[in-house]
Design a protein around this ligand. Structure first.
Ligand code: GRF
Length: 213
């Protein structure tokens, strides 16, 4: 478990109730990480494991975009990176079937969607029931789906943030595990706001995973 009190008073933690997820307290949790792009969240997870803050090991990174920088980061950390390109599959279900098969092949117990930019189907949910979490750059249930930071700016909210939640079929709608709040500043662009949200993502995603380990 991470014993790290929040250093930033703009952040708050909510509802870490995970008793029913039955992950062993002793053995490292075997993680599968899914990412489509930059992979900064992948890297903070790898760092938190290296620092002994999470009792886990990363079995595999799955990425769906050949250009994803996440794959380069996985190489750097000695983590196997598997490209599964959704463009090669005829349906979302077939693609998720391949993803599930690969995760099982690598003996994954728990799945972390860290910037996975694909809608999931029941095929994947059935393969890892209550065993998949996602990080989203808003205070859910506000601003679900794509361009969440832009949605928050357009709505004129003064506070937004990020959420770690369990994955369900409806996008960004599963049980919330942890959240952090971030103020919206008067001159914010989507880039500046997203950068501050990511600072908080990098805090709460490892903390949420620590709750599972
Ligand atoms: C994060 O903002 C996450 O909330 C969203 O996609 C972004 C991924 O960032 N789902 P990175 O690829 O981990 O840097």
């Amino acid at each position: 478990m991470i014993h790290d009190s929040p250093k930033n008073t703009t952040a708050s933690l909510i509802s870490p109730d995970i008793d029913h997820h039955q992950v062993s307290a002793n053995k490292p949790v075997k993680l599968g990480i899914m990412a489509s792009g930059n992979g900064s969240n992948f890297e903070v997870i790898a760092q938190a494991i290296a620092d002994g803050k999470i009792n886990a090991q990363i079995q595999v990174l799955i990425y769906n975009n050949p250009e994803a920088k996440a794959a380069t980061r996985a190489d750097k950390w000695g983590v196997k990176a598997v490209l599964l390109n959704h463009r090669d599959c005829k349906s979302r279900e077939k693609f998720d079937g391949k993803v599930a098969e690969t995760l099982k092949q690598y003996d994954v117990e728990f799945v972390i969607m860290a910037g996975w930019m694909r809608l999931v189907t029941q095929v994947l949910i059935d393969a890892f029931p209550n065993r998949m979490i996602n990080i989203h750059p808003s205070l859910l249930p506000s601003f679900k789906g794509v361009r969440a930071v832009e949605q928050a700016l357009a709505a004129g909210v003064k506070i937004t943030g990020c959420s770690v939640h369990f994955v369900s079929l409806e996008v960004d709608s599963g049980e919330i595990l942890m959240q952090a709040a971030v103020p919206v500043l008067p001159d914010d662009t989507s880039e500046t706001l997203h950068a501050r949200i990511q600072v908080q993502e990098h805090r709460i995603l490892p903390m949420a995973i620590a709750l599972l380990s």
